[in-house]
Design a protein around this ligand. Sequence first.
Ligand code: MN
Length: 333
Amino acid sequence: MMMKNRAMTMSKRNNSLKEIADVLWNAESVLLYPHVNMDGDCLGSAVALCAALRKIGKEAYVLIEDEIAAFLRFMEKDYCTEELQIIKEPDVCICIDCGEPERFKYRKDKFFQGKTTICIDHHLTTEPFADLNYIDPKAAATGEIIYELLNGMRIVIDKEIGEALYAAIATDTGNFQYSNTTKNTHEIVAGLFDCGIDHNKVSIQLYQNIRAEKILLQNRTLQTLKLFAQGQAAICCTTKAMLEETGGKMEETEGFIEVLRSISGVEVAVFVKEVTDTTSKISMRSKEKVNVAEISKEFHGGGHMRAAGCTLNMGTSEAMETMIDTIERFLKG
Ligand SMILES: [Mn+2]
């Protein structure tokens, strides 16, 4: 009975990709909204959809509010803009890979000015808030959903769109290593190979394109590494002082947490980032057992089983202690 209710709620709150496709076909102008701290999936998915919409004659832009990380800039071209008025009265506003309006804070008002709003996402914790919602937590990346959407719309995926989708899927699956990777993931990527993508070129952009300062920052950050819960958990932090010391940037801490999770015996990896003296951003990853989305919920955060995050109103040392206590308690229970 409970299962049935859940299934019913799921189907009720999700629209179909066909409904979303119809709205897009009927629109003249579309604004796409990736979340802040853009990762490969949100930017790759947004750029791919933007390029596809332009191919079918729509006016489309990816509206952003923060800087694009260097390793993702190959996708930017003339799609991305911070200009809120680039389209005065957009027919459609779509948020991509992002489950709550707070994740596009400065663009939020503009988003809700769209005649139709759409949310396309794969986060487990996303509650539908747009006019049309398509949230599929089984998708390893939002890029997979965009691939299905474009196929359904019979828009030919060219090399450029294919490479953006490849970047989206490769980054959100940890280069096809994470548990979210499915047969469908590989089938979609096989489809992208048929579109003529140069996956090696994309991989070099994504993974062999690191600034030396980032490596120095990683080295400094790892000096704060603490193992706890009998070695089942690991935590480290990056502070603003470390950025000055090394010349690294906060956006370059992306991926540091993977080093922690790669430690033998570690089930939960935690990374703490200083935002201000009294605000810290927490990222969590787990290996096989722990649902870190449940831990992040205790602090009003969100995410998936194996990757979640939250914000704590405290400095980094206090935040580290808080996370150590919480996770020790969690692993005991
Ligand atoms: Mn994603």
